[in-house]
Design a protein around this ligand. Sequence first.
Ligand code: KG4
Ligand code: ZN
Length: 334
Amino acid sequence: MKDMYILAIESSCDETSCAIVKNGCEDIATIINTQIDIHTLYGGVVPEIASREHLKSITLVIDECLKKAKMTMDDIDAIAVTYGPGLIGSLLVGIEAAKTLSLMYDKPLVKVNHMAGHIYANNLTKKMKYPLLSLVISGGHTEFIYMKDEYSFEKIGSTLDDAVGECYDKVARVIGVGYPGGPIIDKLSKKGEHEYNLPLPLNDDSYNFSFSGLKSAVINLAHNCEQRGEELNKENLARSFQDVVVETIKKKTLKAIKDYKVKRLVVAGGVSANSAIRAALEELCKENKIDFSVPELKYCTDNATMIGAAGYYAYKNGQIADLNLNACPGLDLG
Ligand code: KG4
Ligand code: ZN
């Protein structure tokens, strides 16, 4: 089969990104323009600002990506774009850019679910084989997706309230260590010890998660310390919090692997960059003789390369859109 080059666009949150990906597995060129510095001033993503920033940089990012790849639009076979889930204003910028390229250069337009993108980031390291279980952990999602086959998604469990990344970000905000909270807490926890007793969330037999109780426990602890004039040991709190997160993720993942009798675990999403979660799940898989896969760190958080990887399989599985394609902020997977 002829090689297929996909130009992919991702703009669902606060990263404007364009990538060219060959055959769903090879990163030819990737450009990511992050807005983190701007949103840090507000302690979180401000949707209105995010859309305006995407608008400023989208064409520059696409142009830079083609230049980096030393390619022109003639070399491109299809355009893939994230159409949800995400912030509506942010998504629309990427979608309009993708539609324009598709119309101008007469290339197929491929619609990609952002969460499918996160999962397929794994295909950039090692070709995915099926059936598999995927644990998707990001700023907006925490779910188990069972994939019986290529580009088929069945959600078997998810968070009942906060996503795990959201919980990391809120905890970081409460203890005043900055944004985004995940990487900061991850770093702090390495210097700390397990001092604080926090509740293990939703300690049941389901495949669901719940992180709001854990978040509230941390908030209460911080407020109580403040009221008593005691100093909170941030490193120890980060460690205690992260230990509980790892414990709950490990427990639920083991159950899902066993019940679904899968031989492969694929971890995905921004939180899959977490050092303790990566290590714990790798160990768990080793103990249970399960093939373990996690994306390279640079492909864990939002990027268009993962959309190009998923886009290849989306194209093969008929996910072609026309110029009516709209943003789906609450788009589900499976
Ligand atoms: O996938 P992503 O880039 O955006 C969404 O689709 O949500 O994930 C962003 C989330 C943020 O909540 C961020 O704090 C978290 O991923 N994150 C981490 C780490 N790096 C990023 N959480 C824990 N440990 C990390 N090292
Ligand atoms: Zn994401």
